[in-house]
Ligand binder design. Structure first.
Ligand code: ASP
Length: 679
């Protein structure tokens, strides 16, 4: 009973206290003066002196120093507020990093204080005693300084009015070192630190820090669009990271557990969970999802990366594409100088993308479209450029932009002799056939074509003096995979022409959807695929729906001819993301896994949770994931996603060089997880 009374009283007292403190906070918020008030001898400086006096003599130096930094004086203001409200002759405490010191005379020195965001700076004026204090602090050390605000004395030469930030300086009274920056480290904006010292790179490289801040803004704009402007609104839902191994397409990372023989797998994407959410009555899902793929680190990939992942029920691929166009438009209109793309984005079928650009993610800004020429070329010429019997021969033109033929010849021979050109020379289907169009040469440099073919080729390619014409053979077979050799050559040669100044760099953003991918592709040796026995894998993933009723028929008769309702968002030669309409019918999903991909029954069992959810009246649904790191890199015009990730893994082996991961497993860990290393 007594206990109850006491605790009831305590509760009442606490609630009175909470109310009072709320009142005080509210009141403070209403009436907090925005002016800088002079501060009376700050408690923290006093307490430092107190600590110094009372310091136990036995304390080693490092503990003494640390003890002084434990209670450091709070800043009176951040720099921005300070600049907006500074008043002369007031005393303030500011936090920041100490910049360079310049001694003017024995009794006058200047230094800069850089604020914690490293965006603002203020001049510190040190007189007499303060000079010694200042000198004792290493450049770049974090400090708290106390000083008196004064207007900078303007020199006669300062005729231009200074910004409001530039007119103030602090007469230094005390400086409190919060930690030392080592003297031996040279840190300048242009210094490149090894990946082991990523923190120094971030600290010295304003562009890198700005990229991270920009990334946060991109995140925010996506959120605002999806939650605030889409109807029904999207809901951000987290899905588990400890997932299970399912053969979706990429190689997974396993997480062993203490239960013998049992492991989780990290998700290659939240694909299955998001589809299950569609069966769970949540019609609009999105998430900034961490995904993990143990892939060979091809150009600029990370073993862990972020996707803006979304899924919509009662929706088709068209609904998803419109939603994503809305996100892109809002991002561009909110954060970019370039105009936001208007109207629905252009759509290009996989076949046309491969035929016209030799790539399923073409950069469509610089022409150089590929055309077929095999129907008009003499057999002699075809035999010269390829050992293949009856190959397809394709061509493109690189415009010379007023460069004369000798410049063009120089460009192509330097390219083909360089490491970038080597794989094209070594193509077993034949090296590229190179022709420089020259108005002064016989048949304008196209003699090997013969008169008739030269005339037809001129009609199709419309070359000008100095232009380069490239021929390339390939086997007569349908397109598979992401590019053809001539497509790779088009891209590499254009990049080389830009880097050597032969052509201007393309500008702007050309968004397009690449659609109508084949539902299945031949299995590749380098990708794990879905591990079925059919020799084919799903081009996107095994949950992708066939596009039309006719493609449904093809599932029975000729599945490799079936087209998928799969769409990739491409801009300037970069695949920003991909998605598809899903199979929402359990029987069809099972048919694809078991009968078309020919998965073993135990692998099929790995998908039983998804099949059960589809069976429970799952509505039709579709979705997509945008590669978030890549999106930010594209917006900032960065070459590498590493420039927009705080702690990226290195290209070599996906190591985190700073923390040294992955690290060897200890005997103890092996034992805990019941593992044994194979000899
Ligand atoms: N899960 C897919 C991927 O990671 C994206 C999607 O289909 O929504 O590529």
């Amino acid at each position: 009973m007594l206990l109850q009374t006491v605790s009831a009283r305590a509760v009442r007292l606490r609630s009175i206290y909470v109310e009072l403190s709320h009142f005080a906070q509210r009141h403070a918020a209403w009436s907090a003066p925005r002016r800088l008030a002079p501060i009376a001898a700050p408690r923290q400086f006093r307490s430092q002196a107190y600590l110094r006096e009372r310091a136990t003599p036995e304390l080693p130096a490092f503990l003494k120093t640390y003890k002084e930094a434990v209670e450091f004086p709070p800043a009176t203001y951040d720099f921005e507020t300070f600049f907006a409200n500074a008043e002369p002759n007031t005393q303030v405490v500011l936090h920041g990093y100490l910049g360079s010191l310049s001694a003017i005379s024995k009794s006058l020195s200047f230094a800069t204080l850089v604020d914690p965001t490293m965006e603002h700076r203020i001049q510190l004026v040190a007189l007499k005693n303060a000079i010694e204090k200042l000198k004792a602090v290493n450049k770049h050390s974090p400090v708290a300084v106390r000083g008196t605000v004064q207007r900078k004395k303007s020199k006669a030469s300062d005729s231009v009015p200074k910004s409001s930030k530039d007119i103030w300086e602090l007469v230094l009274e005390d400086i409190h070192v919060l930690n030392d920056f080592p003297k031996e480290i040279v840190m300048k904006p242009e210094t490149v630190f090894p990946p082991e010292q990523r923190y120094l790179q971030l600290r010295s490289d304003a562009e890198l820090r700005e990229a991270l801040m920009f990334r946060a803004k991109v995140h925010n704009v996506c959120k605002v669009e999806l939650e605030g402007h889409c109807r029904p609104a999207f809901v951000e839902i987290e899905t588990p990271l400890l997932f299970k191994s399912t053969p979706e397409g990429a190689r997974e990372f396993l997480v062993p557990t203490r239960r013998p023989g049992l492991a989780y797998a990290l998700p290659q994407s939240p694909q299955q969970y998001k589809q299950i959410l569609m069966a769970s009555g949540l019609p609009r899902y999105y998430q900034f999802a961490r995904c993990f793929r143990d892939e060979d680190l091809r150009a600029d990939r990370q073993p862990e990366f972020t996707q803006l992942d979304l899924e919509m029920s009662f929706a088709t691929g068209d609904d998803v594409m419109r939603t994503v166009e809305g996100i892109i438009r809002r991002l561009w209109s909110s954060l970019m100088k370039d105009p936001a793309p208007e109207g629905p984005f252009r759509r290009l079928s996989y076949h046309d993308a491969m035929a016209r650009y030799g790539s399923d993610k073409p950069d469509t800004r610089y022409g150089m479209e590929i055309i077929r020429l095999d129907h008009l070329l003499p057999v002699d010429l075809v035999n010269k450029i390829s050992p293949l019997h009856d190959p397809i021969v394709e061509a493109f033109k690189l415009e010379a932009n007023d460069n004369d033929p000798t410049e063009t010849s120089k460009l192509i021979s330097q390219f083909l002799d360089s490491p970038a050109g080597a794989p094209f020379n070594a193509n077993p289907d034949g090296a590229p056939g190179v022709f420089v169009y020259n108005g002064k040469a016989p048949l304008c440099g196209l003699q090997p074509f013969g008169f008739e073919a030269a005339e037809q080729a001129e009609e199709l390619l419309d070359p000008d003096h100095g232009d380069l014409i490239i021929l390339q053979a390939r086997p007569r077979a349908p397109f598979t995979a992401g590019s053809t050799p001539i497509g790779d050559l088009r891209r590499a040669l254009h990049a080389s022409a830009v880097s050597t100044g032969f052509k201007p760099a393309p500008t702007g953003f050309d968004f397009l959807w690449v659609v109508d991918f084949p539902l299945f592709s031949p299995s590749s040796d380098s990708e794990p695929g879905q591990g079925g026995a059919a020799g084919i894998t799903s081009t996107h993933h095994p949950f992708t729906a066939p596009k039309t009723p006719m493609d449904v028929d093809l599932l029975l008769t000729n599945p490799t001819q079936a087209v998928a309702d799969h769409y990739d968002l491409v801009v300037n030669g970069v695949e920003l993301g991909g998605g598809s309409r899903r199979i929402h019918d359990a029987a069809v999903q099972e048919f694809i896994l078991r009968d078309i991909l020919q998965m073993r029954p135990e692998r099929l069992e790995d998908f039983s949770h998804l099949l059960d959810a589809l069976r429970a009246g799952c509505p039709p649904h579709a979705g997509l994931a945008l590669g978030f790191d890549r999106l930010v890199a594209v917006m900032l015009g960065k070459e590498s996603v590493r420039d927009v990730i705080a702690f990226p893994k290195t290209g070599k082996g996906g190591d985190d060089a700073m923390v040294r991961a992955p690290s060897p497993m200890t005997e103890e860990a092996l034992e805990t997880y019941h593992l044994r290393l194979r000899e």
